[in-house]
Design a protein. Structure first.
Length: 296
């Protein structure tokens, strides 16, 4: 009999036999929007998307035998399946972790450790089709030389007071963000095993996109379309996967959600819900598909 798993507050629950899982559905523990996975499925799906699981009221449908998709050989996406990403985390956990992170960053020195601690948690909340138990394996000590080196450089340039050097410091900051992205992508793992991913976007392309985004803010609304295009470039620049990573979100979708989010965040209290809403939208618009299947 197939074993079932479900995601709750960013953690994988299970395995459950079909009878036990049916009881969880009946009790309302597994809701239509709960992410579930069973042996033979290509990846995590919402319970409502599986025929007969929620509305039918009966036992979950039988799945073909076989292990999780990640057991296939090769790189990321060895199962060859597709689907969109999803994010699942508890509001209370997000709130206290975010507060701790903000407090830690105010003290400057703990920033590398707080950043890695928070990243490990938020990455574990992301559900990837065919890659259960996503994790981040980076170590804070890898950031320490770059982080404190940049602080020392900023202090020295500030004391010199040359405007040109201040502009160069801004470019240096963008380059460090590019290095940070490469480091983060390279340290993604699934079930404790490195995914072998790499970010191949060039530093000049990243600097160009960053400057274009900064300039587009002047247009009031143009930044949203630049952000969508930059996301598509970012996804195309991730190598080491048999599946294409494609961002399907539009500039208009980013714009109106950004306006709503900015308005709601003004009330402070809704921030955790707004953050989860935005993250879920970006995740749902990020699709994995067999390479070449989306080309015309």
């Amino acid at each position: 009999m197939a074993s079932w798993f479900y995601a709750s507050e960013g953690k994988q629950q299970g395995p459950y036999q079909e009878g036990q899982f049916r009881d969880l559905v009946a009790q309302g523990v597994v809701r239509p929007d709960t992410l579930v996975w069973s042996e033979g499925m290509a990846g995590w799906q919402k319970a409502a998307e599986i025929p007969g699981l929620i509305s039918g009221g009966g036992a979950p449908p039988m799945m073909p035998a076989g292990g999780p998709p990640m057991m296939g050989s090769g790189g990321y996406g060895g199962g060859g399946g597709g689907g969109s990403l999803a994010v699942d985390f508890g509001i209370l956990e997000f709130t206290w972790r975010s507060i701790v992170m903000l407090i830690g960053m105010c003290f400057i020195i703990p920033v590398p450790w707080v950043f890695v601690w928070y990243t490990k948690w938020i990455v574990s909340c992301v559900k990837v089709p065919g890659r259960p138990n996503l994790s981040f394996t980076g170590n804070a000590m890898a950031l320490v030389p770059w982080y404190f080196g940049f602080i020392v450089l900023a202090i020295v340039i500030g004391l010199i007071g040359v405007p040109l050097l201040s502009n160069l410091l801004f470019i240096a900051q963008i380059v460090l963000y590019w290095l940070l992205i490469k480091w983060m992508v390279a340290n993604l793992a699934s079930n404790g095993q490195p995914l072998g991913l790499s970010f191949t976007g060039t530093v000049w392309a990243y600097v160009g996109w960053s400057l274009l985004f900064a300039i587009s803010i002047i247009t009031i609304i143009g930044w949203a379309w630049v952000a969508a295009a930059q996301m598509r470039w970012f996804c195309r620049s991730i190598e080491g996967t048999r599946r294409e990573i494609v961002f399907n979100g539009s500039g208009l979708g980013i714009l109106w959600r950004g306006i709503v989010a900015a308005f709601l965040c003004g009330f402070i209290i809704p921030i955790p819900w707004v953050y989860r809403w935005i993250m879920n939208w970006f995740a749902s618009e990020t699709v994995l598909a067999p390479r070449g299947s989306l080309r015309t």
